[in-house]
Write a protein that binds this ligand. Structure first.
Ligand SMILES: Nc1ncnc2c1ncn2[C@@H]1O[C@H](COP(=O)(O)OP(=O)(O)O)[C@@H](O)[C@H]1O
Ligand SMILES: CC(C)(COP(=O)(O)O)[C@@H](O)C(=O)NCCC(=O)O
Ligand SMILES: [K+]
Length: 260
């Protein structure tokens, strides 16, 4: 079986695949201090609960990480407990079906490369992938499936946290969809600012990208908060929670010569 690991700046998501059959997924807070042994105790308990043994069946792994410091312990996890050398997206020995077309010498977040591969396989080219992670990213996918750039905006929770940190009188607030736009108390005002602000941000950026590309483009959303911004609006053609995991499996198969 294959273990896919998507390590974001906030959460790390693990999933297990039997060929192209999805078996299970679990999520843990990203913490670079977590050791391989700690990961294994956590993972093997959850695997046993799903009847997947204690990890003995995992023989292959692929990792995408936006937090480089975490990769070391994840590699040790794969070496020590699953007896395999993981593929790491963005490293020279991990090929992609189509190379990104960006400024020379620049690095693209591996999660964005993975989203591009997954989005293209499911929806074809001329696509925008919006990922509501720690940052809110827009990945633009060309007709041939190449990542050709995009947009990085502060994440929703990051914006709420920044308001709370910088303004003495503003409390920490969780994001929800407000009934209306005019808040009648501080919490409602902040929720309104962030929620409607992000609706406007997504609408505006998608419109600009379509204008710049001068063609219709599908918009797919993923990431923890995507469903909240899909409520009652026409922003996205589809919300796909599993997009990054699907992309990791495709990239793994591509590198094993199984096609993507
Ligand atoms: N279902 C959810 N409801 C509310 N907040 C969520 C949910 N899922 C994730 N989040 C929050 O959304 C942000 C992005 O999460 P995630 O997609 O896991 O980010 P990353 O990939 O950068 O680690 C985080 O601040 C996380 O706490
Ligand atoms: C933009 C990101 C921080 C998003 O990461 P995430 O929110 O998923 O943790 C990550 O993709 C990254 O570090 N990118 C490097 C720069 C780039 O993609 O152009
Ligand atoms: K992400």
């Amino acid at each position: 079986m294959l273990l896919c690991i998507d390590c974001g700046n906030t959460n790390t998501v693990f999933s297990v695949w039997d060929g192209s059959t999805f078996r299970a997924t679990w999520r843990i807070a990203t913490d670079h201090r977590r050791t391989a042994d700690e990961y294994f105790v956590w993972l093997s308990t959850l695997m046993a609960l799903k009847g997947l043994g204690v990890g003995g069946q995992i023989r292959e792994a692929i990792i995408s990480s936006t937090a480089p410091r975490v990769v070391f312990n994840l590699r040790v996890l794969c070496n020590r407990y699953f007896d395999c050398r993981p593929l790491v997206v963005g490293k020279p020995d991990c090929g992609l079906p189509v190379a990104p077309r960006v400024d020379e010498g620049t690095t693209v977040g591996p999660d964005r490369l993975v989203n591009t591969v997954a989005g293209f396989e499911r929806h074809g080219g001329d696509l925008i992938v919006v990922d509501f992670g720690t940052a809110t990213t827009f990945d633009v996918v060309d007709t041939d499936g190449a990542y050709i750039g995009g947009v990085i905006a502060p994440g929703v929770n990051l914006s709420l946290e920044a308001l709370h940190m910088a303004a003495a009188a503003l409390p920490h607030v969780d994001v929800t969809k407000p009934q209306g736009v005019i808040g009648t108390n501080t919490v409602a005002c902040i929720q309104s600012g962030v929620y409607w602000g992000y609706i406007g941000l997504v609408e505006g950026i998608v419109r600009q990208i379509r204008m710049e590309r001068d063609r219709p483009m599908k918009v797919i959303a993923t990431g923890g908060l995507a469903p909240l911004f899909d409520l009652g609006f026409d922003l996205f053609d589809k919300v796909e929670d599993d997009l990054t995991m699907h992309g990791l499996r495709l990239i793994f198969d591509y590198n094993k010569g199984l096609g993507a």
